[in-house]
Design a protein around this ligand. Structure first.
Ligand code: N01
Length: 542
């Protein structure tokens, strides 16, 4: 039973401790709690950290900031909130986004239903009662009618099993689990392993402080300059004057993010013209670079034109030709998630920065003094593991989730996730996954995708209550059909063709399945609306 500090407001049904248990107090969990309160339902949120903010609570590495413009990476459910909050930069830093999350928690008085520093260890479905039993790492057990997994897509950090890692005598850090007090690298010899978004944001900052920085690169990555800047007062006012217009334009985009998008083919445009277009987008900065032409992620020959331009920019920026070549990616641009940076490539011109290619031979071992690679010993005072996440399923598998017949989610998804709409899965009644695998999630602006899922779940629970239902589970055929559709659209895109975390390639042993839904935000939303209009088609309600 819950401890006295967190006495539950009893569930409205009375049979369980709560109507709903929510796991995670990031942007998804916070809004879910707010919506449930609006429905008069009781909810308890469990959060591992001692504060709200999810990804922005944990990822405090130097240089961490959003790569979606902040005016769009924000909630839209409350017009007053939209008007009263002012973003200071085009891409706000982690600290400001965390401040925003805290502001929302205070403004809507959310904390009283959030139990911090508590992990959910297991959730088990009781078929007899039709309820969930939730056990925390503190040994507390509560029951609820529903569980909502607001566990995040990139929240379970990936720490590869490097031999000798426990013997390292210096300090080691993971970008996804950064110390709250920050790290001062001044005067230190630092090694960074990885060259994904987190590394690309942090390397320029670490290089400014460190005595020497060595970067170990397995796969070179494409990154576009952010051109981040303070937002002018007039610009902020113009956004606030027509926030709903901006949101509507964004909803029509496959990414749920408004930016200049040209649907035409680059293959029908003379080289001089498309290079002018790429240069203009390079100068403006950000992921809108890939919006230059509609076929960049569909046809390899189209993709090459955009990739080659970035490689030219790398060669123009990096003074040592050998280092420039090492930094030039060989894969499809946008196949792995496109990165956004501030001075990443230029950082390799600094005399205190060295790039080491580990694509041909992996790191042999971490040693007490540093690490060994290709028979060379490197000495470090600190090592930064920028090695990413066990994406989309990792955080769910960290909880022992057992559905009907005691089946575990991990067992069910051995060959890859199976969901209906990325929201539910057969055998696990009354369990929802916000931005789960099979939904647009990580391929979109996360905030609108989160809100759409939360609204779907809240509306569904309200509908069920009105119609006297207490149990919802997808039909097997609906789940199978959705899985086929998710794979079919994935196969059309070049995004599914490389060894990225989208397909689980970064975690040894993980099944190679393209996890997010790539059909686009508008198409997905339309499908959800159709399901609702047809009385929750594809779901069994009881
Ligand atoms: O993680 P990653 P991330 N030995 O998986 C390397 C979001 N995000 O934290 O490519 C050596 O991209 C790995 O090498 P390889 C965003 O969606 C957003 O940087 O697998 N190296 C790779 O270089 C992003 O895509 C923002 O060959 C190893 C790196 O580690 C996602 O989070 C900021 C290795 C991991 O890169 C993940 O980004 C930051 C090994 N054993 C993150 N294992 C913004 O909003 C892995 N690597 C801006």
């Amino acid at each position: 039973m819950p401890d006295s500090a967190h006495q539950p407001s009893r569930s409205t049904a009375g049979a369980t401790d709560f109507d709903v248990v929510i796991v995670g107090a990031g942007f998804a969990g916070m809004y879910m709690l707010h919506r449930l309160r609006g429905l008069g339902m009781s909810a308890r949120v469990y959060e591992a950290g001692d504060g709200v903010g999810g990804t922005w609570y944990w990822n405090r590495y130097p240089g961490a900031r959003c790569d979606v413009e902040s005016v769009q990476y924000s909630y839209q459910f409350d017009k007053e909130l939209e008007q009263e909050w002012t973003w200071s930069e085009k891409y706000s830093p982690q600290g400001e986004i965390l401040k925003y999350a805290n502001h929302v928690a205070d403004r809507f008085d959310l904390r009283r239903d959030i139990q911090f520093e508590t992990k959910v260890a297991s959730t088990t479905y009781d078929e007899g009662n039709g309820t969930w039993s939730v056990v925390t790492d503190a040994g507390e057990t509560v029951t609820s009618g529903y569980v909502v997994m607001a566990t995040g897509c990139l929240s379970s950090f990936n720490m590869p099993k490097f031999e000798g890692v426990e013997d390292f005598k210096g300090a080691s850090y993971h970008t996804g689990h950064w110390p709250h007090e920050g790290v001062d690298f001044t005067g230190l010899r630092v090694g960074v392993i990885g060259t994904g978004s987190s590394a690309i944001q942090s390397i320029p900052e670490i290089a400014k402080q460190a005595k020497h920085l060595t970067v170990f690169q397995r796969t070179a990555n494409y990154t576009i300059p952010a051109r981040n800047a303070k937002l002018a007062e007039e610009y902020v006012q113009s956004i606030k004057a027509d926030y709903s217009g901006l949101r509507e334009r964004a909803k029509k985009m496959p990414s749920g993010y408004s930016f200049p998008f040209n649907a035409g083919s680059v293959l029908e445009v003379p080289e001089e013209e498309y290079r002018r277009e790429y240069r203009s987008r390079w100068e403006k900065g950000g992921t809108a670079y890939l919006g230059a032409y509609g076929d960049l992620l569909l046809k390899p020959e189209a993709n090459k034109t955009a990739a080659n331009f970035v490689k030219d920019m790398i060669r123009e920026t990096v003074t040592d030709p050998a280092v420039a070549e090492l930094l030039c990616p060989t894969n499809i641009i946008g196949c792995k998630r496109l990165c956004v940076d501030t001075d990443y490539y230029a950082t390799y011109n600094r005399p205190n920065v060295k790039l080491v290619d580990i694509s041909k031979a992996p790191i042999d071992t971490i040693t007490p003094e540093g690490l060994r690679h290709d028979d060379i010993d490197y000495q470090f005072d600190a090592i930064v593991f920028a090695t990413g996440f066990d994406a989309m399923t990792g955080a769910l598998f960290n909880i022992d989730i057992k559905g009907k017949g005691g089946e575990s989610l991990k067992e069910k998804w051995t060959g890859g996730p199976q969901t209906y709409l990325g929201l539910t899965t057969v055998g696990f009644p009354n369990m929802f996954t916000i931005t789960g695998p099979g939904s647009p999630s990580v391929l979109t602006n996360m905030l609108p995708s989160i809100e759409q899922h939360v609204n779907f779940i809240a509306d569904c629970l309200s509908y069920m209550r009105e119609h006297g239902h207490s149990r919802i589970e997808p039909e097997l055929q609906a789940e199978l059909d959705w899985g086929v559709h998710v794979n079919e659209v994935a196969d059309l895109s070049l995004r599914s063709t490389c060894a990225s975390w989208y397909v689980g390639a970064n975690v040894p042993g993980k099944p190679r399945v393209f996890m997010p839904y790539i059909g686009g935000f508008p198409r997905y939303v339309a499908e959800c609306e159709r399901v609702v209009e047809n009385g929750y088609q594809g779901f069994q309600l009881a």
